[in-house]
Design a protein around this ligand. Structure first.
Ligand SMILES: Cc1cc2nc3c(=O)[nH]c(=O)nc-3n(C[C@H](O)[C@H](O)[C@H](O)COP(=O)(O)OP(=O)(O)OC[C@H]3O[C@@H](n4cnc5c(N)ncnc54)[C@H](O)[C@@H]3O)c2cc1C
Length: 477
């Protein structure tokens, strides 16, 4: 399909979760919408790749916001309704349980808040009332207000929860699953993540992220949307305070009434013709990660590992900040993707262990090809050792006999496959909560609107499409 000179009602930059969800909404209302994606795979940060015929998920440890069937009014239910996707189509299987592991204390949680509450009270008996007060505060806070002020979450939480270790333990999973800011996040973000992880919970389709992206792509296509892969946007041309047209990577030019960009806030600003290609440097995210993936010929469960996810920190103080080394193994996340409740009679085939830790983008970037491979292999070993410390049952694994395959990605991999500057998984520290930009018809959705994770990104795409395109055009009230 030749695009040069074509006009669309709406152009969406990026076929990640936010772009696909926004695209579905717009196509459903008969808008002539195109999604432009610079890679050949959909899903963005949440995608998959194949090596020697084996498919590896990038991203999906857990889909958050799980609620059992029948519970109404939650983000997951709204999301499915807005996209007209049936819950069964996503094959959402709940976690077994997860664990936050700190020196001398563990708190387990599953998809029932009462379990986590009892674990916290057992470990921190004098925090029963403060915990109730925190829940009350969370319940009363309007975290979804697009005009919300930025309030540092630590200040609020530390005023209520008086045990610093418990504060750190509560923050650890929330930081790892959604903070673009060192050691903290906005209180609104804290509320969203607290609800989506602790009050609702984790789930996963057995086949991983492919089940979700397949449904989204099918929905978009059947609603009449157009998608063009391997077609990056390189420039947004401005005229009289509006975006008039987009220049694509092949040099062609297309026109649009509205543009929704999911490429990131700074990344989008740098495409705009009136802004410098180096603008927004101070707002580039500093937090990136490495992740190891180990494929086993047995299931971790058979070795006695029952947790779905372990969030660990083995220092007195939990630090979630840019490391000065290639990786920081003092804390991290260990995910056992097969320890979801997939139900009877499902063939799990190979076992999997995935370990995520903080990493420094610049340090990885400075390595030449040989050193890069050497350091990857060293980092892999360091994180395997750490995993054995946290989950000693895995020490039984024989590195040659039991490990069938392994792989690892670094901040450079994230940057290459998503375009996020600095490999910043959670994007810019300063978000565009309203989704508006200096141009009246250019909007930001996804990671840098501040709604993170798979569910958050999709909800962001939906709300930006609804608020600025469909409502404005009277498609619905
Ligand atoms: C390692 C890792 C683990 C994660 N684990 C989880 C998890 O377990 N659970 C969870 O809920 N979330 C997880 N996340 C986060 C989640 O993946 C993201 O929050 C979410 O996918 C963001 O979606 P998005 O659409 O906003 O952005 P992205 O996924 O970044 O999508 C943006 C898209 O825009 C494209 N693009 C960029 N620039 C251009 C351009 N100029 N032209 C055209 N296209 C462009 C990119 O290629 C990309 O496809 C994880 C992320 C990573 C990296």
């Amino acid at each position: 399909m030749k695009l040069d000179g074509k006009r669309f009602d709406d152009v969406i930059i990026g076929a990640g979760m936010a772009g696909l969800a926004a695209g579905i909404r717009l196509a459903m209302y008969d808008r002539n919408v195109i999604i432009l994606e610079k890679h050949n795979a959909v899903g963005g940060l949440n995608s998959f790749y194949s090596i020697e015929g084996r498919k590896y998920d990038v991203g999906l440890h857990a889909m958050t916001n799980y609620v059992p069937k029948g519970i109404k009014g939650t983000p997951l239910v709204k999301l499915l309704r807005q996209l007209r996707i049936k819950r069964e189509q996503l094959d959402l299987c709940p976690q077994s349980f997860s664990r936050i592991s700190f020196p001398g204390v563990d708190v387990r949680f599953n998809n029932e808040w009462s379990f986590m509450e009892s674990e916290i009270i057992q470990a921190f008996p004098n925090q029963k009332d403060p915990l109730q007060n925190l829940l009350k505060k969370i319940g009363e806070y309007d975290a979804l207000s697009l005009e919300g002020k930025n309030i540092p979450a630590r200040t609020v939480v530390e005023e209520i929860i008086t045990n610093p270790k418990l504060v750190d333990m509560l923050f650890c999973p929330l930081c790892y699953y959604g903070s673009a800011r060192e050691n903290d996040m906005d209180f609104a973000q804290f509320v969203i993540l607290f609800k989506s992880i602790y009050l609702e919970g984790f789930c996963r389709p057995q086949e991983g992220v492919r089940t979700i992206t397949r449904e989204l792509v099918n929905k978009f296509r059947s609603a009449g949307g157009t998608r063009k892969m391997k077609m990056g946007v390189s420039k947004i041309i401005e005229e009289n305070g509006k975006a008039s047209n987009l220049i694509l990577e092949d040099g062609s030019s297309i026109y649009a009434d509205n543009i929704i960009s999911t490429a990131g806030l700074v990344e989008t600003q740098r495409m705009c013709s009136s802004l410098s290609p180096s603008s927004g440097s101070e707002n580039i995210g500093q937090l990136s990660f490495v992740e190891t993936i180990t494929v086993l010929n047995k299931q971790p469960k058979d070795l006695g590992v029952n947790e779905t996810i372990v969030f660990f920190n083995d220092c007195e103080k939990f630090t979630y900040a840019k490391t000065q080394d290639l990786i920081d193994d003092r804390s991290g996340v260990i995910c056992i993707p097969n320890n979801y409740q997939f139900g009877e009679n499902r063939d799990l085939k190979e076992g999997l262990v995935r370990v995520t830790a903080l990493a420094n983008y610049e340090k990885w970037k400075a390595l030449d090809t040989t050193r890069y491979q050497e350091e990857k292999s060293k980092a892999f070993n360091v994180l395997t050792e750490k995993t054995h410390k946290i989950l000693p049952q895995l020490k039984q694994l024989h590195p040659k006999m039991d490990v069938i395959a392994k792989d690892m990605f670094t901040p450079l991999t994230i940057e290459r496959f998503t375009g996020h500057l600095g490999g910043a998984v959670y994007g810019a520290p300063q978000k565009s909560r309203s989704g508006q930009t200096h141009l009246s018809n250019l909007f930001i959705a996804g990671t840098d609107q501040g709604f993170l994770g798979i569910v958050g990104a999709m909800l962001s795409g939906i709300s930006i499409a609804n608020r600025y395109v469909l409502k404005e055009n009277g498609s619905f009230n």
